[in-house]
Every structure is written in C-alpha cells, then in structure tokens.
Design a protein around this ligand. Structure first.
Ligand SMILES: C[S@@+](CC[C@H](N)C(=O)[O-])C[C@H]1O[C@@H](n2cnc3c(N)ncnc32)[C@H](O)[C@@H]1O
Length: 255
C-alpha cells in the first residue's frame, strides 16, 4: 500500500507514536518529489536477522560504527556465507568507522573462509564526486579514523582476517594487493566515478560466481551509484539484482 500523506513532520511523528502505542512499528516519511522514486514498504514479513544470534552478536557491536541498516548488514552477512563456495579474497571499499567491515570479516571467519578481507578507505572522506552525483560534493564522511577502526576490529572483535588499506582505491592502495582472485566485493563509496574505478579494478579479478554488492543503490542522494549499476544490466557476463533494501548485487556468470 502506498501512503501519500501531506502532513507536517510533527503530525507524522505523532502518527508514529500512536502506532507504537498500538504495538505497531511505523515510519512515516514525506514522499519524495522525484519521478521514479517512492517510499517502498514491502509487505513480506520474514525477518531472519532478528533471531540469528551469531549475526546479532556482531551487529550490536557496530552501533555508531555503521551508516548501513540491519537489512543490508544482514544481507552482507548472508552473502559472505554464500561466497564460501567461490575461491578468492574479499574486498570492501568504504569502511568509514568499520561497521560493515566487521560484519563481512566476522561472517567470513564464521564460515571458515581463510582468505583475507582487504578493507580500503581514504579516511579523509568521499572522493571523485562528479556530474552524475546530484547530492555529493566530495569530503563527506571524513569523521572516521584508521586507528579507531583497527582498535575496533582487532581489539574489540578479535578479527585477524582484515587488512586495512589507507588511500584512494585503487590508485593509492590497489598495488599493495597481491591476491589474484576475489570472491566478494562490497562497494560503499557513494559516488559514480569512485565506484566505476573500483569496479574496473575488481571485475577482471572476480571469480566466476563471485559478486559485487553495491550499497547506495536506489537512494535519492546516491543516484550516481544507481546509474552505474543500471549500466551493467546489458553486460552478458553478469546478473544484476535490485534488492529493495538499497543494495544491488551483481553476480559474475562468465569470465
Ligand atoms: C558511506 S561511507 C562507508 C560506510 C561504511 N561502509 C559503514 O559501515 O557505514 C563511504 C566511505 O567511502 C570512502 N571512500 C569513498 N571513495 C573511496 C575510494 N575511492 N577509496 C577509498 N575510500 C573511499 C570514504 O572515505 C567514506 O569513509
């Protein structure tokens, strides 16, 4: 059901409170005014993230360290588990404070994956914003520190399978990676040019059956990522999946 309520924020907040009092969890937001966009409320109710203890143990520790919601975090958790069937290392570009890095690394460890996760960030914010990105200008999300992320992953979570790489990927840190193959890549960099360059680096190294998971697919503020993913639908060597949670998943089917 699509709700189009022309209400002020305070009235929407009141509705949310009333729904909560009635035992319902509701979130009312103003409908976006851009063609091709609407608020999506799937009516399926299967929610395995709420009872998966191993996932929740890690996820709860990512509070304040991720901008990614539980739906996408759980999809990362499950897709990394699936990637155990494919050979190669793992790559994430867009670490920020290490939340999704922790989810990916913990899932790899839980599933017996021996290959490392290369986790790359400038630790100076978003780079390469361009004309395909309507909201980003560059420098966003600079409020993260490499040493804090290292302490979080190694000290708090005891994860030893992460190699943190600082600098613009791939230009400044790609050459330090010797692994020839990859099974999994998470791209969470917000803008078109940056994601395009990462894709160009990782795709020839991706094993058949390996996947690239794009965060930011479908959000109004990250329309450059939506454009980049949509361009790949015609490519014969991959299957493009649009997940309504804000992920796109691209699976390599031919080398
Ligand atoms: C939205 S944040 C990542 C959020 C994180 N995955 C989480 O769990 O919330 C985007 C990050 O991408 C980084 N970034 C963007 N383009 C990059 C590039 N080409 N190389 C390295 N880091 C990049 C920024 O510095 C920023 O920390």
């Amino acid at each position: 059901m699509k709700l189009r309520l022309g209400l002020r924020p305070k009235a929407l907040a009141l509705l949310e409170t009333l729904a909560a009092l009635g035992g319902y969890k509701a979130r009312f937001t103003r409908p976006p005014s851009r063609e091709g966009y609407e608020i999506i409320l799937p009516s399926a109710m299967y929610a395995p993230w709420s009872s998966d203890r191993a996932f929740l143990e890690v996820y709860r520790k990512t509070e304040g360290k991720t901008l990614v919601d539980v739906y996408r975090c759980y999809e990362l958790w499950q897709l990394v588990a699936q990637s155990a069937k494919v050979p190669g290392a793992l790559l994430e570009v867009g670490v920020w404070r290490g939340g999704t890095t922790a989810i990916i690394a913990a899932s790899a460890k839980a599933n017996g994956i021996q290959d490392p996760l290369y986790a790359c960030d400038t630790f100076a914010g978003v780079v390469k914003a361009g004309e395909k990105d309507s909201a980003y200008r560059g420098g966003e999300h600079a409020d993260a520190s490499e040493s804090d992320v290292r302490r979080f992953l190694e000290g708090d979570l005891h994860l030893k399978n992460v190699r943190l790489l600082r600098g613009i990927f791939p230009e400044e840190s790609g050459q330090t990676i010797a692994d020839p193959y990859f099974r999994f890549c998470h791209i969470d960099v917000d803008v078109y040019n940056s994601a395009r360059d990462i894709l160009a680096w990782v795709w020839p190294r991706l094993s058949r059956g390996g996947m690239v998971v794009y965060d930011d697919y479908g959000f109004i503020s990250t329309d450059g990522i939506t454009a980049l993913v949509n361009e790949q639908r015609r490519d014969r060597d991959r299957i493009v999946l649009h997940n309504l949670n804000g992920h796109a998943v691209v699976v390599k089917i031919a080398s």
